[in-house]
Design a protein. Structure first.
Length: 771
């Protein structure tokens, strides 16, 4: 006999005792004090180790006996816990019912309070109903022997009909942390309770259950049915049939309206061997059928058939999630759960044998940006083995995901980190992903700059957070993909990810494209207060970036080239601040920066610099194609430090080198560099002695579109000045050499003249001399 049944029977015993007392009064003409004493003694004799008190008993006689009992209280003498309280109980017994041993007895009680609490192994009502209950010193053993109570009722009660009205009843539960609260019943009516034949009954009431100070459960319940009450009272045989309706159900701390529940329950058997046939419907949301069989040795739920309307279930129980989803089509699909569950109490073993599937071979479809995904689900839960199979049809291919784990319902692990490992394997085949769709999904609205963008971490303090990091079970995730096409480029991948406790790591991970390979790896650790830290690295080896440029911003969406190098860094969050430091060192060969219109940015510089006006072509050929592109950069929350960018254009048509800092927070950004074009180089060299044009770009954040004409002019004038100095020095050197040559020539000529004069003079003076 279960606990609630015993409690109800005990209440019935008390009521019957009151009826007996009224008969006793009529037959012996005792006063109200005698009735009170009889009532107290009868209650204490029937409820083990209890003390009953009644403040007042009133009575009146006429065509019926009317008895009013005020402030009835029953407490346990073992632990002083309350069992039962009545503020007022009124009984009206027709004299005819006593004389003829049959009639209609009316019972009305106001504000009854029933207390069900537990200390140790048994509840207060278990101890009160059975004096043979003893605590076993060995806590692992169960009570195997209990005394069966036999309730004796007066003969006129057996043949009478009883109308019972209970107003403002309360049940106080204090069994454990999960079963603690207040259950309110404002109106409970039973009409024509018949202890001789089958009794039809009706219950109509609003109930209220105070789960916690913040959570109140409310509902309206209606029950109609029939029951052989005499068989239940005298032989504990239970045969009944009832229909029920539960409406206007709500939970105060949940913004949902639970649909109406209708159903039928048929019972047959005894309290030691009971069978219940259940069927019900949660309006437009769920249908259930099952047979519950109970014996002290085993409880089984057989022929279970549970069908859930996926759309209505989500709409009713998660309205915010449902309203946020667009493009979702449930196709009138239902999730069907079928099978059986067996429970043995000693020792506790729970063995499910269940199957799960979307009904009628239907799928749940999701459409986004013109892409359609269709998903089906099957699964099973047998003994401890749980398996889910999810098939997704998308993009002319499929993704098959299998989830396996072991769950022992008999010994549920409370520490999630000690649960049996969860293995997830996802295999993708034949997907064809259009590049334009990737661009549309990732970068739509990129050009629309929002008026106000919160800084990283802003508003986090308003989100409820756990001081301790989230704990994860051990999860083995395997990802595989073959014959995956991005545009017309085929790729394949394989990855293994391990999650456990506060850590998630991915290694090894490999993505193959032609002869190129990308190898990422990462370690992610969750920390307290929603913080985390992560380290990662990505190695590129002979990777043709054409396969992945769809993931880049629109101005790089046509990027081509063969790249190799490494990107590495770390990301962390603590004290509401996101921090990261990322280094990249990449070299690309034989590629193209198509869509990155370098000429549109740099040509205005050439056209607006005064000393270049009229000397250069209006449009310079600044090639986006490159033979080699080398980039070294560092990224943190405040700045992108472009350490160097060197691009050698195709066939040396142009060369570009650049460096500088780009603000991540809309502060002033600056990039400086030098541009070489084969068209401009000859004229630039004539003017400045250089073949490159210096430039500087400025702007807020990433909007670095403003050419600094003054910077270029100043640099070019400086170069030109240096050239003029060099040219003047060269000219002076030439004139000096020419002058020196003329002077030398004149000196040599004069010397020759003087020499001849000297020779002629000597000849004249030496005439006549013979040597």
């Amino acid at each position: 006999m279960n606990k609630l049944t015993k409690v109800l029977i005990s209440v019935f015993v008390i009521v019957s005792t009151l009826i007996l007392a009224s008969i006793y009064f009529v037959s012996t003409k005792l006063n109200s004090e005698t009735i009170r004493e009889v009532l107290v003694k009868t209650i204490e004799d029937n409820l083990y180790q209890t003390k009953a008190t009644i403040s007042e008993v009133d009575y009146s006689l006429g065509t019926s006996v009317q008895i009013s009992v005020n402030d009835l209280k029953v407490v346990s003498t073992q632990d002083k816990s309350k069992l039962l309280e009545f503020s007022q109980l009124k009984i009206q017994i027709p004299i005819l019912a006593i004389l003829t041993r049959g009639g209609v007895i009316d019972i009305v009680t106001n504000s009854p309070q029933l207390y069900l609490s537990k200390k140790g192994e048994f509840t207060n009502w278990q101890m009160a109903l059975n004096q043979n209950l003893k605590k076993d010193t060995d806590q692992s053993k169960k009570i195997k022997k209990k005394r069966t109570e036999k309730i004796e009722l007066p003969s006129f009660v057996n043949k009478s009909k009883i109308n019972l009205k209970v107003l403002d009843a309360q049940l106080f539960l204090n069994l454990d942390q999960q079963s603690k609260g207040t259950f309110k019943l404002d109106r409970f009516i039973l009409k024509n309770i018949n202890l001789v034949s089958t009794t039809a009954f009706e219950i109509s009431s609003m109930i209220q259950y105070q789960i916690s100070p913040e959570s109140v459960f409310k509902s309206e319940i209606q029950v109609i049915g029939e029951m052989a009450l005499n068989e239940f009272i005298e032989k504990s045989n239970l045969s009944s049939s009832m229909q029920f309706k539960v409406a206007k159900t709500s939970l105060s701390n949940l913004a949902i309206q639970i649909p109406m529940l209708r159903g039928k329950i048929q019972t047959q058997g005894s309290l030691d061997k009971l069978e219940l046939a259940l069927s019900g419907q949660l309006e437009s949301t769920m249908d259930i059928e099952a047979v519950l069989r109970y014996t002290p040795e085993v409880i089984s739920l057989d022929n279970l058939s549970l069908s859930i309307n996926n759309k209505n279930a989500l709409k009713n129980f998660a309205p915010e999630v449902y309203s946020s989803l667009t493009g979702l089509d449930f196709n009138n699909s239902k999730t069907d759960l079928k099978g059986a569950i067996e429970i043995k109490p000693d020792p506790l073993t729970i063995r499910p044998k269940l199957s799960l599937a979307l009904s009628q071979n239907k799928s749940i479809d999701y459409t986004f940006k013109g892409l359609k995904l269709a998903q089906t689900l099957t699964g099973s839960f047998v003994d401890q083995a749980l398996q889910l199979n999810i098939n997704t049809q998308a993009l002319e291919g499929s993704i098959d995901t299998v989830i396996n784990t072991q769950i022992d319902l008999s010994q549920m692990e409370t520490d999630i980190t000690k649960m049996k490992p969860i293995a997830i394997e996802s295999n993708a085949q034949g997907l064809k992903i259009p590049k334009n769709k990737i661009q549309e999904i990732l970068w739509e609205g990129e050009s629309k700059k929002t008026e106000s963008q919160p800084q990283v971490g802003e508003g986090d303090a308003q989100i409820p957070r756990s001081e301790e990091p989230i704990q994860l079970p051990k999860v083995f995730l395997t990802l595989k993909g073959n014959q995956i096409f991005i545009g017309d480029q085929e790729i394949s991948y394989e990855a293994k990810v391990l999650a456990h406790k506060t850590s998630v790591s991915g290694k090894p991970i490999q993505l193959n494209y032609g002869s190129g390979v990308i190898k990422p790896q990462f370690t992610y650790t969750m920390q307290k207060n929603s913080g985390f830290s992560a380290d990662f690295g990505v190695d590129f080896n002979k990777v043709e970036v054409t396969a992945f440029n769809a993931f880049f911003p629109p101005y790089l969406s046509n990027l081509k080239g063969n790249f190799q190098g490494r990107v590495k860094g770390n990301v962390s969050k603590g004290d509401d601040q996101l921090k990261y430091n990322i280094d990249a060192d990449l070299i690309g060969k034989d590629g193209d920066l198509d869509k990155l219109n370098i000429a549109a940015i740099l040509n205005p510089i050439l056209n607006k610099v005064e000393i270049l006006k009229g000397k250069l072509p209006a449009e310079n050929n600044i090639s986006t194609k490159f033979e080699k592109l080398q980039v070294k950069t560092n990224v943190n929350p405040d700045w992108i430090e472009l350490k160097s960018l060197n691009m050698s254009g195709h066939k040396n048509i142009s060369k570009l080198e650049m460096r500088g800092d780009i603000s991540m927070k809309d502060q002033l950004s600056k990039l400086t560099g030098n541009l070489y074009t084969s068209q401009s180089a000859p004229e630039i060299k004539k003017l400045t002695g250089q073949t490159e044009i210096p430039f500087r770009l400025t702007g807020e954040g990433f909007a670095i579109y403003n050419p600094d004409i003054g910077y270029t002019t100043k640099k070019l004038l400086s170069y030109a000045g240096d050239k003029l100095k060099q040219d003047a020095a060269k000219s002076l050197s030439r004139e000096k050499k020419k002058a020196e040559k003329e002077i030398k020539k004149k000196i040599e000529s004069e010397v020759e003249k003087q020499k001849k004069k000297l020779e002629e003079s000597l000849k004249d003076k030496l005439k006549g001399f013979k040597l």
